[in-house]
Design a protein around this ligand. Sequence first.
Ligand code: NAP
Length: 540
Amino acid sequence: MTTEANPASNDLDALIIGAGFSGMYQLLCLRDRLGLSARVLEAGDGVGGTWYWNRYPGARCDSESHSYCYSFSRELLQEWEWSERYPGQAEILRYLDFVAERFDLKRDIRLGTRVVSAHYDAFSNRWRVTTEKGEHFTAKFLITAVGCLSTANVPAIPGLEHFEGRWFHTGQWPHEGVDFTGKRVGQIGTGSTGIQSAPVIAETAAHLTVFQRTANYSVPARNAPLTPEFKQWVREHQDDIQAITHSTPNAHPFRIADRSVFDVTPEERQAIYEAAWEKGGLQFRATFRDLLLSKEANDTAREFLRGKIREIVKDPKTAKALADIDHPYAAKRPPIDTNYFETFNRDNVSLVDVRKDPIVAITPTGVRTRKKDHPLDLIVFATGFDAMTGPLLRIDIRGRDTLSLADAWHAGPRNYLGLQVAGFPNLFTITGPGSPSVLCNMPIPIEQHVEWITDCIAHMRRHGLTRIEPREDAVDDWVEKVNAAAAATLLPQAHHSWYLGANVPGKPRVFMPYAGGMVRYRKICEEVVAKGYEGFVLSR
Ligand code: NAP
């Protein structure tokens, strides 16, 4: 195995696809800790992954800033200071750029380079990777760091190609921004993204029409600048913060209350929900430990949150449509917002319930629903992503005997620990399906996956091993565990969620992330290693 990095060569120890949180840390670990020749290929013209692409109005992280960062470097934790409770897109992008400079990563990141295929050659035990521009690379290890939400889902609504205005998907937002001033804007989609963008668009648009298919819960973020005292506290309590993020299932910097919904009286419960509403953010989900385990328990949160919508939104018809939510609270990814429901009290905002009045076409001048034409100058698709499998399957990945990943996963993703696929030796998938990833505060699983992969490669080098892939029975077992973990919760009850692949027509309905929590997942990964990489075949 090569140990000397040769920056000029396209023949590498490790090739990493994607320069977001995952890919950058993976590069640092393999290059600087193991001394491998490693390179990142990144489709964008800058580092940052999700935060490079998602520049839509209002884009902001739902994880609190003091936990939405790398924790591997004490120095880095001291050097960077966040300005707000929830970091905005521009600030996160600045942070990731700072990290890239700080650790001298950019010299091994090739920007503007989209990988189109990656084929495993069993004879040489190397991955042959081709880019859109026709460049070729080979590497012993191929590591995908492509993110879970990076393949935009633009619904195939007839007529879009003839629309005479401009249209944008939130995940591919123009760098120069979009001027809504004086424009009639239509926004399709009310997920986490749409709930963030609508209030900001409404501030300058002449009129905003929100097309809602599935009504959604949202809790106020209560975003605010961080006080000097809090910033100081963060600097002095990094160990305490990490102790919490590493011991809670969702890896957020707050604990889930150790009480059940029916342990308290209705009055106490109301007070708890009120306090959480006032505090704001995803902590609302942490008010009781059984909110996602029992329908009866969840119904209490559901009714509280629906009541809030009816309280805030003045027009009863609009309030009714917004509160007509068909799934348990947090069974879809729970959004948090800044003035989302309040936005519907503005004179220049209207809601169209497309469950009752479906979109039938896009005309040259706007959106046509069954009952009405909605004239528009601009359409914003806040319609989400072909999540988790999409970013992997749009690359032509072929393993042993030219088996394509698309064929291997035709009935849904199948892998071991979310990290490796049987038949695809030396391919690692950071935050792949089957990982806790999107159910968590992402930097925590990302760091765990990257460190696990790094340790695994180091182990192979120490023992002269050159190939690793999971056994089929280990994959079967993991798929069962992923299914069982989801089935033990209310998560699969949101039939239309992207967790299930239900937002993309024709996609297999499989609950993709591991819902057993980050703590359990970390322990499983550690046990696998302690038992000599149980479930993997390692060979020379
Ligand atoms: P999403 O949750 O999948 O929401 C997409 C929205 O578009 C849904 O309301 C969906 O309706 C609607 N939609 C899709 N196709 C449609 C069609 N043909 N006609 C009408 N409506 C349609 O996508 P997202 O809001 O971009 O969020 C995706 C994920 O990204 C989030 O869940 C979260 O994990 C992450 N995210 C995070 C942050 C953050 O941290 N702040 C912000 C944004 C996003 P249905 O529900 O009926 O399918």
